[in-house]
Design a protein around this ligand. Structure first.
Ligand code: HEC
Length: 145
């Protein structure tokens, strides 16, 4: 996501410089809206099969694809499951996880997705997909057996 920012910034700067150039040298033959169009065309990244009308941030998020269970875990779940905060069963704590594993992955998933006692829904990762939460749980329990 970060890697595309300089491109958008460069496009913006290039657009401004180009528009300044045309305003001063070629006596304003660019209308404001054509300048805006040029800037947005450079700053936008389109994914094949998409209309290219979504804002840049959304398009890049789609292009980035789903995150791995490990990265979802690290960026959210770890805050509680690495520290035991709020009484969370910790990663690697076999004794704490073994009775939970007996519930089966589907039950663990629905408890993580909808929330369960002090376990907040989706582990507070609002934008996480079902697959991302499921993969994060798999990462958690695979390292706690
Ligand atoms: C704010 C702290 C917190 C965060 C963040 C958090 N958890 Fe939890 N989680 C808990 C607590 C506390 C429990 C224990 C709930 C209980 O058994 O009463 C728990 C329990 C669980 C369980 C076991 C549920 C069961 O049925 O026994 C799973 C699976 C789980 N968390 C997955 C995740 C995943 C995946 C994430 C990240 C997407 C996450 N958690 C983020 C606090 C957290």
């Amino acid at each position: 996501m970060i890697t595309f920012k300089p491109v958008a910034l460069f496009g913006l700067l290039a657009g401004i410089i180009m528009s300044l150039g045309s305003l001063t040298v070629v006596a304003n033959h660019d209308s404001g809206s054509s300048i805006a169009k040029r800037i947005s065309a450079v700053g936008r990244i389109c994914v094949e099969g998409q209309s290219c009308k979504a804002p840049v941030a959304e398009v890049i998020e789609v292009a980035a694809g789903p995150r791995t269970g490990e990265s979802v875990y690290a960026s959210g779940c770890a805050a509680c499951h690495d520290s035991g905060a709020a009484g969370a069963p910790m990663l690697g704590d076999v004794a704490a996880w073994s009775p939970r594993l007996d519930k089966g992955i589907d039950k663990l998933f629905s408890n993580a997705w909808f929330g369960y006692n002090s376990m907040p829904a989706k582990g507070m990762c609002k934008r996480c997909s079902e697959d991302e939460i499921r993969d994060a749980i798999i990462h958690l329990v695979d390292n706690s057996k």
